[in-house]
Every structure is written in structure tokens, then in C-alpha cells.
Design a protein around this ligand. Sequence first.
Ligand SMILES: Cc1cc2nc3c(=O)[nH]c(=O)nc-3n(C[C@H](O)[C@H](O)[C@H](O)COP(=O)(O)O)c2cc1C
Length: 179
Amino acid sequence: MNTTAPPAPVAAAADYRQMFGLLPTGVTAITGLTDEGKPMGFVVGTFQSLSLEPALVTFCVDKSSSTWPTLRNLGRFTANILSTGQLPVCRSLARKGEDKFTGIDYSESPIGTPRIDGATAWIDCQVVSEVVAGDHYMIVGSVSSMEAGAGEALVFRGGKFGEFTLWPTPDPTQKAETK
Ligand SMILES: Cc1cc2nc3c(=O)[nH]c(=O)nc-3n(C[C@H](O)[C@H](O)[C@H](O)COP(=O)(O)O)c2cc1C
């Protein structure tokens, strides 16, 4: 592999955003605790499974995040996969500022991190590594515990929120059976 290839031309930020806006993502709240035990969190669209054996997950966080340094210090987090009924939770945790958790109900995970009530799933993780990648950090977490909640996952695409619609069965791309 040629490792000395020149980098691809830099995309304009608007084009880059528009292009990746075509790809739907889930909406996940990364939550943890302050040194004083107060819940805190932020929203990512970049949470993904990474490895099965061992069970690893990943997400990317902007270097300007005010929450991540505290969670990094804590060394653990819960990834709360938000459900279609949790747009207010998403909006609250996706803003900047103190007390983003006001009005958000949660319970404690087996590793002591906040699990937001009403999420589709909770994945409790230990931070195992962090890679600097441009203006973001790529975080890798190892899964300590997890549990399915209820409801359907909230979906984000092109700056809008929605839900996933299953195709009717049979698969419409398959030809109808001939008699
Ligand atoms: C749907 C959605 C997806 C987002 N994805 C990411 C992401 O993957 N990484 C990131 O750093 N910020 C992402 N954000 C923005 C953060 O949630 C936002 O900047 C947040 O205010 C950061 O809070 P903090 O500074 O308290 O950490 C996303 C926001 C929304 C609404």
C-alpha cells in the first residue's frame, strides 16, 4: 500500500455536511457523571459497534466538547440509544451549557453511569482508547453491560429527525412469484 499518497482535496464544509447528511444515523446520548456525581451527557450520531470479540464500541466527539473531558476523566460512560419519543432529550443534551440534564429521568447502570429512562437500549462502557482524528477524538469503549429498553430508535438524516420504516414483506426488490 502506498502510504505516501497525497491527501484528497479538502472538501468545503457545506459540501461535506451535505454529503454525509445523506447517510442516516442513530441518535445516541453519551452519559456519565461529574466529580460531584451530577449526571451529564451529549448527543452523537457517530456511535457504532466496532468489535464482537471482545465487545467494543466507538463514537467520535468534537474536540470542543465541554462534557467529554469530564467523562474521559471518569473513564466510563453509557451509550443511550434514543427512541422516537425522546426528541426533547436529544435537544436538551445536544445544546451547550450547564444543567442539560434538568427534567431528564434516569436510573443507575451496573457501572454507576446514568441510563436515561425511555431509551431503546443502554450500553455501559469503559473507555479503552482515544485517538486524535482531525478536529475530533475517536473513542473506543469496551462493553461492561447492556440492556434493551423499549420503542424504536430515533433516526437523523440531513438535519431532520425521523423513524425507520421497514419495507413490507416480501422484499419489494424481489420479483413477484409467477404461477
Ligand atoms: C443528531 C445529532 C448528532 C450529533 N453527533 C455528534 C457527534 O457525533 N459528535 C459530536 O461531537 N457532536 C455531535 N453532535 C453535537 C453535540 O451533541 C453538541 O455539540 C453538544 O452540545 C456537545 O455538548 P458538550 O459541549 O456539552 O459536550 C450531534 C448533535 C445532534 C443533534
